[in-house]
Ligand binder design. Sequence first.
Ligand SMILES: CC(C)=CCC/C(C)=C/COP(=O)(O)OP(=O)(O)O
Ligand SMILES: C=C(C)CCOP(=O)(O)OP(=O)(O)O
Length: 295
Amino acid sequence: MEFKTQLMNYVELVNKKLNEYFPMIDTTNKNLFDAMAYSINAGGKRLRPVLMLAAYNLFREDTETPLPYCCGIEMIHTYSLIHDDLPAMDNDDYRRGKPTNHKVFGEGLAILAGDGLLNYAFEIMLKDALTHKDTRPFTQAIYEISTAAGVNGMIGGQVVDIESENTLIDGSTLDYIHLNKTAAMITASLKAGAIMAEAKETDIKNMEVIGRSLGLAFQIKDDILDIIGDKGKLGKDIGSDMDNNKSTYPSLYGLEYSQSRVRELTEEIEIILNSYGNKSGFLRDLGIYLMEREC
Ligand SMILES: CC(C)=CCC/C(C)=C/COP(=O)(O)OP(=O)(O)O
Ligand SMILES: C=C(C)CCOP(=O)(O)OP(=O)(O)O
């Protein structure tokens, strides 16, 4: 199947499943659920769930089994964006082509909508895990996701990111930020997919190596687009890193080196994926698509 068609199919599967979890109906807490659904339904590339489905499909053919976990990781990612945009963090006004959550619902509700999405993610993943006779691959997948989202992953990276504002950091601190803030969740998506498909340890390890490179390249590309991207296409503010005085690959090493690093990392990913032959064509094309993207 052609890459773009397959990508659309995966995104559609994820969106359909997300619709089953939203709207949550509670008239007393309508504002909370509206705020959660607002950011989930605002769009987004659905990269992490697509990676999870593609990794699962490297080893198993069905698409139904991993869907609750795909939705879970997308909810966790969406919560992180809501919080990242808050005045206490990046103070951004636009996200996914719309005003940010706190601009529409206010800061208090935006914080709680983020908290709500994080907890709802674990509720739906654990609920699904308990329906399986052999719960182990599913609880292991949840463990990977929770570790990646937590203090030894995304939250840890975000803390160093905000602590490093207005400071000239070195390359290894910058890599720590990228690997934890961004690559951890990308890696967990690939690993969780392979784990649920009961792939071999060596294959799970390969997913980890690919996730690290892809996550790093993805964040460098994001920071390049923050300088040379188009706000309309991206659906979010540009120049945010400069406004917040953040150290990024482009600010530390320049645009040209940053672009060549992205290419280098993409090639590293391709080498591993080539060992899976035709089956890994979608993931190979996805890597190239992400690095060439304008949004
Ligand atoms: C615990 C929290 C809040 C984690 C946030 C993690 C994250 C990857 C934020 C976006 O990074 P960014 O600011 O570089 O991206 P963007 O350009 O999309 O704002
Ligand atoms: C990790 C970063 C750079 C935050 C944005 O992630 P995405 O670019 O995947 O955001 P959406 O498409 O989900 O909005």
